[in-house]
Design a protein around this ligand. Structure first.
Ligand SMILES: [Fe+2]
Ligand SMILES: [Fe+2]
Length: 174
């Protein structure tokens, strides 16, 4: 069963309307080799980079869907936004440049997986704002960048079971 952190929606449950709509947006890429390779990398504590990407993708999708924005681009950009394959904590050189570099690497890798539109490319490229200088150009990009930070916080705190349960309770209301 695949689901976003704190969500009860099984993304493979075709009888669930949200799951079906979400999978319609990403079904051609979510099972690709490159995306699945993200499962080999830890992103935050015990959360893999694949799970983190699904979390960001799903909640960006939900917010944009509710706002009447481009939820398809948000879901796809979320899934692709951290498409890089190294541990930035290990390499000292990368550590200082990681915030600026990995979005560019992710864009290059995303283009090897599928065609990406202008909203997707910009949202991936600028998702580290405000840690990097340039803000997103599109509202979907703002949703992604905030979903990224919020998911990261929740992923870190799920290590602590009590806090993790509170975080999940908040997410389940979304
Ligand atoms: Fe990132
Ligand atoms: Fe991220």
């Amino acid at each position: 069963m695949r689901r976003a952190i704190g969500s009860k929606v099984n993304l493979h449950n075709a009888s669930n309307e949200l799951a079906r709509l979400y999978m319609d947006c990403v079904s051609d890429i979510i099972d690709s080799d490159k995306i699945n390779k993200l499962d080999n990398w830890e992103q935050h504590n015990h959360t893999s980079r694949l799970q983190h990407s699904i979390n960001v993708s799903y909640y960006s999708f939900i917010v944009c869907l509710k706002m009447g924005w481009d939820y398809r681009s948000a879901a796809r950009a979320g899934l692709l936004h951290d498409l890089y394959f190294y541990d930035w904590r290990v390499k000292k050189f990368l550590r200082s440049n990681h915030a600026a570099w990995h979005p560019r690497i992710a864009v290059d890798n995303a283009k090897k997986v599928c065609e990406i539109n202008a909203i997707e490319e910009d949202s991936i490229r600028r998702h580290m704002w405000p840690c990097t200088l340039l803000p997103p150009r599109y509202k979907e990009g703002y949703v992604l960048t905030f979903a990224d930070k919020i998911c990261a916080i929740f992923e870190v705190f799920t290590k602590d079971e009590a806090v993790g349960e509170k975080c999940k309770g908040v997410l389940e209301k979304i």
